[in-house]
Ligand binder design. Structure first.
Ligand code: HEC
Ligand code: HEC
Length: 205
């Protein structure tokens, strides 16, 4: 690859990376009410397994003592018998935030435009080395390889934001959240950015 092409490659990535900081909520984001009705109510309507019941002020007050951010973090990462992302790994952190706000406020809160919390427990590099390389090193089932920018280039047309979205919802043989429902959107964003930058700057030893 010539020096000139290398620069173009990197500016393409950074355009994508910058655009992700400015992008508004995706049109497809569900409202808090919709998420609660479709997913959370399965346990929170009846109090299954000790889930705080919708409308139960005492129960929610007890759970909320560490604040809304902590509450949201726990719903994203999972806690006790509460599954990560409510057991629906394709829900975004924003949708989880909205659902939590809906339940805690008994339907009165406006849907937030940004997630309240995106716990980051792990760097992009660490996550990629520990988990994503299982498929992205050898190109298992058609996964774009970490050393092959040509495989990433056409995919980058949807922007880094679009790639992060694919990693959240899953894409063909790529499982939703790489099969780890407790990863936050931020974790996945860091991993996707790392994968793409690695592929663009890869030099054979
Ligand atoms: C499979 C059942 C189940 C589903 C589905 C479910 N929850 Fe829960 N949830 C629980 C249980 C059980 C607890 C109590 C966990 C505990 O305190 O150990 C809980 C607790 C919580 C808490 C309190 C956490 C804390 O810090 O005390 C929040 C917030 C929450 N759920 C949000 C949600 C949201 C949002 C959804 C929908 C996206 C959802 N839950 C879907 C079972 C469920
Ligand atoms: C079980 C194997 C597997 C694991 C683990 C895996 N991937 Fe993938 N990934 C794939 C496959 C297969 C594809 C190609 C799917 C397709 O055809 O678009 C893919 C595609 C992708 C894409 C491109 C999606 C698109 O829209 O074109 C991204 C981004 C991605 N993976 C990110 C990750 C990240 C980040 C991790 C680690 C947190 C990870 N993957 C772990 C199998 C995997």
């Amino acid at each position: 690859m010539s020096k000139h092409q290398g620069i173009n490659t990197l500016s393409l990535i950074f355009m994508g990376v910058t655009s992700l900081f400015f992008s508004a909520a995706q049109a497809a984001d569900k409202t808090g009410q919709a998420v609660v009705q479709e997913v959370c109510a399965n346990c929170h309507a009846t109090g299954k397994d000790g889930a705080p019941k919708i409308g139960d002020v005492t129960a929610w007050t007890q759970h909320s003592k560490n604040g809304l951010i902590k509450l949201t973090e726990n719903a994203i990462a999972g806690i006790g018998k509460m599954p990560a992302h409510g057991g629906q790994s394709n829900l975004s952190d924003l949708e989880i935030s909205r659902a939590v706000a809906f339940m805690v406020s008994f339907g009165n809160a406006a849907d937030p435009k940004k997630p309240y919390a995106s716990p980051t427990s792990i760097t992009g590099e660490k996550l990629v080395q520990e988990r994503c390389v299982a498929c992205h090193e050898e190109g298992k089932e058609g996964a774009p390889r970490i050393d092959d920018f040509n495989a990433w280039k056409p995919r980058l047309q949807k922007g880094v934001d679009g790639l992060v979205q694919s990693a959240i919802t899953g894409h063909k043989a790529m499982p939703s959240r790489a099969g780890m429902a407790n990863l936050s959107d931020t974790d996945l964003r860091n991993a996707v950015t790392y994968l793409v930058v690695q592929s663009a700057t890869y030099k054979p030893k």
